[in-house]
Write a protein that binds this ligand. Structure first.
Ligand code: GDP
Ligand code: MG
Length: 391
């Protein structure tokens, strides 16, 4: 099993029902502002906790949004956006369950967000309404009994949001040797490995395989005396690495491995071939799911991939970048192709929600690693070990 994600759990409900207090009870810390007067939490506050049996999760505190002022309308929009980005919603209410709480439940159903209800402040009043079709936990932040709440989180949080059964498990066996090519150049983060590399090493250790880590410059010499089961490289070194690894040794990349876990791999395999059909003036959407300050992704998505695509196709293409989880363009259906990044900063749920919208609009899908492989003419080679299972 691989921990692919830190699932996001959002706390929603009217002002003053005890959302921030609930987060404090869960974390045992004063992380969110708790105030006796309504409307203090205006921006989502995030806090990470470790839940036994799940691992780390991110709790997202949200504003109470039952007033009708302009600011309130803005808050409604923000809360709905926040709801669309969580793996589980905890809907908190206190003394009265009203139409607003009902509408939160309906939004969860519409957006297919798993949820359960917390009747808070049960020290002050008993639950006196019957809520059909939902689990309700009685709770009091003044006397927090966490086990029932944690059990309910475990019951409703989809397993796929925090673990995946397959990274290399279906291909690599105990005792196999796998070479990981990790270029240490200007675009590598200083003094550390990136998450996909770390998780791949952990997965190989779990399998009982031997992980050999080396830089691209050391690969040629190493392969003179070794025949590994598989070589996994950073996509940016594809050109060089594919020329050095003999054809009898399978080759793939970290980003392709993770696109199986964090994206829609079947759609990517099909959609990437759209690159061959691109014409002058066609629009390509780059989905860069992390902040602008992460220069590495910035550079790949905004400069390198556009250059590679134009060079490979020989066409003049139009590129639009959507960063973070910002909204898709209004005219999304006019794009021929959308290329999603590896998504190491976001959850699978967040990526899939976006991809599904584009899929419905008929936009072909690809991801950074697969598009780069395609432009390097090695797409078939680097997807071969997965194609039988996933297509
Ligand atoms: N008696 C009682 N008071 C609570 C409980 N939970 C929260 N409160 C109080 O309700 C008020 C609003 O809580 P807060 O967490 O800021 O609500 P939020 O607006 O939903 O984030 C604060 O004065 C809390 O101390 C509870 O379970 N019992
Ligand atoms: Mg609050």
């Amino acid at each position: 099993m691989v921990k692919v994600n830190r699932p996001h759990i959002g706390i929603f409900g009217k002002m003053n029902v005890g959302k921030s207090s609930l987060i404090n009870a869960l974390t045992g810390q004063e992380v969110s502002v708790v105030a006796a007067h309504p409307g203090t939490t205006t921006d989502p506050v995030k806090k990470i906790i470790e839940i036994l049996g799940i691992g780390p999760v991110t709790l997202v505190d949200t504003a109470g949004i039952d007033d009708s002022s302009a600011l309130g309308a803005q808050r409604v929009r923000r809360t709905n956006e926040a709801l669309d980005q969580v793996d589980l919603a905890i809907l908190v209410f206190a003394d009265d369950f009203n139409s607003y709480d009902q509408s939160l439940m309906e939004t969860c159903v519409a957006l297919r967000v798993p949820y359960f209800l917390v009747h808070n402040k049960s020290d002050l009043h008993k639950l006196n309404v019957e809520i059909k079709g939902a689990d309700v936990v009685d709770f009091s932040c003044k006397d927090p009994r966490l086990p029932r709440l944690l059990d309910m989180i475990k019951k409703h949080l989809p397993k796929s949001s925090y673990s995946a059964d397959v990274l290399l498990d279906d291909y690599v066996q105990s005792g196999d040797e796998v070479v990981l090519v990790i270029p240490i150049d200007a675009s590598a983060p200083e003094g550390r490995l990136i998450l996909p590399q770390v998780q791949t090493i952990r997965n190989l250790l779990d399998i009982g395989a031997v992980a050999v880590c080396l830089k691209d410059g050391e690969l040629r010499e190493y392969l003179q005396t070794h025949t590994p089961k598989l070589v996994i490289t950073d996509s940016q070194a594809f050109g060089y690495v594919s020329s050095v690894v003999p054809p009898n040794i399978p080759l793939t990349s970290f980003s392709i491995l993770f696109s199986r876990l964090k994206g829609d791999f079947g759609a990517y395999l099909k959609g990437t071939r759209t690159i061959d059909k691109l014409q002058d003036g066609d629009k390509v959407l780059i989905l860069e799911s992390c902040s602008h300050s992460v220069n590495k992704c910035d550079d790949i998505g905004r400069t390198k991939i556009p250059n590679w695509l134009q060079k490979y196709t020989g066409k003049k293409l139009q590129f639009t970048v959507v960063a973070n989880l910002d909204s898709l363009p209004d005219d999304a259906e006019t794009y021929k192709l959308a290329i999603q990044c590896g998504g190491c900063m976001v959850t699978r749920t967040q990526i899939m929600r976006r991809l599904n919208i584009l899929k419905e609009k008929g936009v072909s899908l690809s991801n950074y690693g697969l598009a780069i492989a395609y432009c390097n003419g090695i797409f078939d080679r680097v997807t071969e070990i997965f194609r039988k299972q996933d297509q």
